[in-house]
Design a protein around this ligand. Sequence first.
Ligand SMILES: Nc1nc2c(c(=O)[nH]1)N[C@H]1C(S)=C(S)[C@@H](COP(=O)(O)OP(=O)(O)OC[C@H]3O[C@@H](n4cnc5c(=O)[nH]c(N)nc54)[C@H](O)[C@@H]3O)O[C@H]1N2
Ligand SMILES: Nc1nc2c(c(=O)[nH]1)N[C@H]1C(S)=C(S)[C@@H](COP(=O)(O)OP(=O)(O)OC[C@H]3O[C@@H](n4cnc5c(=O)[nH]c(N)nc54)[C@H](O)[C@@H]3O)O[C@H]1N2
Ligand code: SF4
Ligand SMILES: [Mo]
Length: 579
Amino acid sequence: MSQTTACPLDCYDACRILIDVNGKIKGDISHPVTRGYLCPHLNHFDEFERILEPRYQGKIISMHEAKEILAKTLQGSNPENILFYRGSGNIGLMQRSCDHFFASLGAVGTRGSLCDGAGEAGIIEGRGINHALSSGVVDEAQVVIVWGRNPHVTHSHMLGALKNKSIIVIDPVQIPLAKTADIHIQIKPHCDLVLALLLSHLAVTKGLQDESFLKKYGSKYKNFYTLIQTLDVNKTLESIGVTLDQLESILELIRGKKTVILVGTGVQKYRNGADVLRGIDAFGAVLGLFGKAGCGVGFLGSSVQGLRLPFHTFKQTLPKPTIDFSVYDTVFIQGANPLGQMPSSQKVLNEFRKAGFKVYFGLYENETSQACDLILPAKTFLEKEDVRSSYGDFTLQKMSKLRDSEIGISEYELASTLCNHFNLSIPKEERCLELLYDQMVSKDGVEYKKNMPNIPYEYGFVTENGEFVFMEEFDLDLNDEEGLFLLTPKAARSLNSQFHRSSGIYVHPKCGFDVGDLVMVSSKNGSIQLSVYHDERLRSDCAIIYAGTPGLNNLTPSLLSHKGENAVYQEHKIKVEKC
Ligand SMILES: Nc1nc2c(c(=O)[nH]1)N[C@H]1C(S)=C(S)[C@@H](COP(=O)(O)OP(=O)(O)OC[C@H]3O[C@@H](n4cnc5c(=O)[nH]c(N)nc54)[C@H](O)[C@@H]3O)O[C@H]1N2
Ligand SMILES: Nc1nc2c(c(=O)[nH]1)N[C@H]1C(S)=C(S)[C@@H](COP(=O)(O)OP(=O)(O)OC[C@H]3O[C@@H](n4cnc5c(=O)[nH]c(N)nc54)[C@H](O)[C@@H]3O)O[C@H]1N2
Ligand code: SF4
Ligand SMILES: [Mo]
């Protein structure tokens, strides 16, 4: 009989996979989301070249030697001068075993996010907790608004649930879904808060507000309505390049219909990212979309919401997007490529070089592995035991070990070796797994987190009075810099900086550059040379450089979102000039 596991990658879908009799990785046909197919990353997983052996200062060494060098180095550092930085290369929960060791030692960890922290902060202000919204809820919807999320690339298993529905896309790019959508608002980037507020304003003017929901869960909504009435509708619409007709057509399409709003990370790569999500949530609340079958507003849900974890967490943390590596004697990087994926890469590289001893614990070579002293190869998800939760739904899946391998070391094994060396306690691996298995409940052959609602927010919000909290002020924060808006969405063939990374800059043919032109792309933060591709799906005031493109983050600022301590990759515009 084939055994199953789950995909470890940072992705909304959390596919269940199995190894067939020929040892090939397959999508599990019995899983309601996966339905038998995977995406290119997993279909080609075995083809990607991984790191095979530990290295110390360029020389291949044994795993035993690597562990000795690591233990000796850690012994010689003051814990306060040790930094532990974990990324999202594998989002299994046992990845956190190493957090346990470093936290028990008294090292420094990170907080905040390169990803969804701004949006999540806005959601928490309004709803109290950030629940995921699954494809099961979308199945029952009549209209789906896809807002700054690109399902064909980042969420392909959602596409089934979008069939035969009215679709509204709000995206500066004519993404594949926009081509067949009922409405596509090709919005100017960074303008989503304005659009959300105007939609709420007009919804009330047209009587679409859900009075009984608002009476129970949004008694302060009148204050919110008064606040948004201060916006001059026509002038504001003009500034974001959207027409009144377009707004009205959205509201007509959703009037009286079960509606889901699927929001992606695209809308919140800005300093005011939290307010954008808060504004979209407020529109959802005005319409009464929370807690009802076939309705809701979904972002990247908190994957650890409601879970008990067996590991210690850090007492001392610093914001991840702006961490200064140079002040540490020892830096330990796990499952991450900060030199490629953090904003302001040149600054990060300069600071990284000044740090003392640098350790990279990962599967693949990248900018960060090249800059480290000690390289520890990891085991793949098929070679170790784990459990994964999801930001796309409430699943909590076993990730059983399906293969033996001589290569690498698991996170748990490394953490327990180090804990033993330093006389620190760590629960046994079986105990950690049991604690996680105990929090699973099986339904129709799929494991979910226990105690999750059938419909998110069906029992109200987790705020002080159980109501939705509307924003009381806003800053539209429109970008009037010169240049092109930089969009850095995800690419189909890479998963952040893993697998086949993109190259080049994509502009509209009208921008005056020819395909293949070499251009200097610059921002307030730095510059890079790239070659030009054309993309007619773009507005002419935007350019795309896909996330994971080497050098892209030379352009992005070392700043934090106003709330949520998130990176703000699209805050500044760029200039493009022929070389
Ligand atoms: N193939 C693949 N899948 C992935 C990943 C990957 O790298 N590759 N990464 C995974 C990770 S880590 C994450 S966080 C998720 C993220 O997945 P998504 O939420 O889909 O995020 P993005 O691809 O960053 O951006 C989505 C859309 O936002 C649009 N956008 C950009 N700026 C704006 C704006 O100002 N307003 C509006 N309305 N739209 C805007 C972009 O044009 C893009 O179409 O994907 C996951 N899945
Ligand atoms: N400009 C720009 N920059 C971005 C983004 C953007 O949209 N635009 N997106 C941001 C977002 S949303 C995210 S989530 C971050 C992601 O950034 P990172 O968290 O740095 O993730 P990856 O680039 O995927 O690198 C992950 C590394 O993890 C390692 N790995 C994989 N599996 C395992 C394992 O089982 N064990 C161990 N120890 N290591 C493993 C691999 O070697 C891989 O190179 O990037 C952010 N950076
Ligand atoms: S779609 Fe996402 S969860 Fe499914 S196999 Fe691909 S990366 Fe993994
Ligand atoms: Mo992410």
